[in-house]
Ligand binder design. Structure first.
Ligand code: PLP
Length: 382
């Protein structure tokens, strides 16, 4: 079984019990049986979001939930503040533009987190900002933004707080109610370790008030339709959902509940710490600023004299470990190790060992075992 180890920031490898759940036959998606599955899944989803509000499961990847969020609250000409420090921050802004909203971009240098004071300044200077978007964990740079601090600021203004937690929910602290988040979105295939293809969203009462006053610019992702179908007996989705993926989501969420959110976040924290310590011990450089480094993905500067093809190619072909490259202007300049979902010390230590062998093979000045030792120590000290 020479399976490839996926060390990418999603999609992540899925537990056998989740794959097995998907092999159950299809049921009527408008039946009491399926209604029960929707109820259980969305209730667990709200627990993971740590909110009292209702959650909804959408068939579509994480981007579908990002679009559902903005298309439901932004009308043509509405002003939105987009915090952009990477690929996914840009995506939120592009979605706002497609739906006719008028973005103000708060540009953050890639590799850095947003300064909450900058958000405050813009909200004070600009009138009528209807929503603020932020990406909690900017997967393209390995940066975690201070969503709690920004939430405190946005709360003092009349703007909705819309947060992308696609690559952090289930791997880092996200308290939707505690952080004053109005709309929170996530995807199935990152820290929740379900297969790709499902997304989840939750909206606060304030958000629903805006939804009800806003002419929607989407049919398929109209949250009013999800609310209506979801509150029926039995609860349903407006259109046929991916029944099999709903089974998988439920099973993956059972696994999250069994592990416990706190332990799960702790496991991700340790994987991140072990990875960073190993990378530094090997003499490589981290891309993200240390105070904002991510729990779920680590971006590493490409060592001098080595190409992305050599580094990731060797890891893939020789050691069967898949890592991610850089995006946009970081292409070829960084590589990324995803440590989200079901990743444990076993995968981290294997990856670091293979990386040492790869770099040694590429004739870099590497002292074999130093990275592995640093990773081991991170795990043992805890
Ligand atoms: C993966 C990801 C998304 C969504 O991407 P999809 O490919 O649509 O699932 C959105 N935001 C962040 C931060 C992500 O990492």
């Amino acid at each position: 079984m020479n399976e490839t180890l996926l060390m990418i920031p999603g999609p992540t490898r899925v537990a056998p019990r989740v794959l097995k759940a998907m092999s159950e036959n299809i049921v009527n998606h408008r039946s009491a049986v399926f209604g029960e599955i929707i109820t259980e899944t969305t209730e667990m989803m709200s627990e993971v979001f740590q909110t009292e509000n209702q959650s909804y499961i959408l068939t579509g990847s994480g981007t579908a939930a990002m679009e559902a969020a903005l298309a439901s609250v932004l009308d043509k000409g509405d002003k939105v503040l987009n915090i952009v420090g990477g690929k996914f921050g840009q995506r939120f802004m592009q979605i706002a533009e497609v739906h006719g909203a008028v973005p103000t971009e708060l540009e953050v240098e890639w590799g850095h987190g947003v300064d909450p004071e900058d958000v405050k300044y813009i909200l004070e200077e600009e009138d009528d900002i209807k929503a603020v978007t932020i990406v909690h964990n900017e997967t393209s740079t390995g940066v975690t933004n201070p969503i709690e601090e920004v939430g405190k600021i946005v709360n003092d203004f009349d703007a909705l707080y819309v947060v992308d937690t696609v690559s952090s929910l289930g791997g880092d602290d996200v308290f939707v109610d505690g952080y004053n988040i109005d709309i929170c979105v996530t995807g199935s295939q990152k820290c929740l370790a379900a297969p790709p293809g499902m997304a989840a969203i939750t909206l606060s009462e304030d958000a629903w008030k805006v939804v009800d006053k806003t002419p929607t610019s989407t049919y398929y992702l109209d949250m009013k339709r999800y609310r209506k179908s979801g509150s029926g007996t039995p609860p349903e989705t407006p259109y046929t959902p991916s029944v099999s993926l709903m089974y998988a989501m439920r099973e993956a969420l059972y696994a999250v509940m069994e592990e416990g959110l706190e332990s799960r976040v702790k496991r991700h924290q340790l994987a991140a710490l072990a990875t960073r310590n190993a990378i530094k011990a090997m003499g490589l450089e981290l891309f993200a600023q240390p105070e904002v480094s991510s729990n779920t993905v680590t971006a590493i500067k490409m060592p001098e004299g080595v190409t992305d093809k050599e580094l990731r190619g060797t890891m893939r072909d020789k050691y069967r470990i898949e890592m991610a490259g850089g995006q946009d202007h970081l292409k070829g300049n960084v590589f990324r190790i995803g440590h989200m979902g079901n990743i444990t010390e076993r995968e981290i230590i294997t990856t670091i060992a293979a990386l040492e062998m790869t770099l040694k093979g590429l004739e870099l000045d590497i002292c074999l075992g130093e990275g592995v030792a640093a990773a081991e120590e991170a795990y043992l000290i805890d």
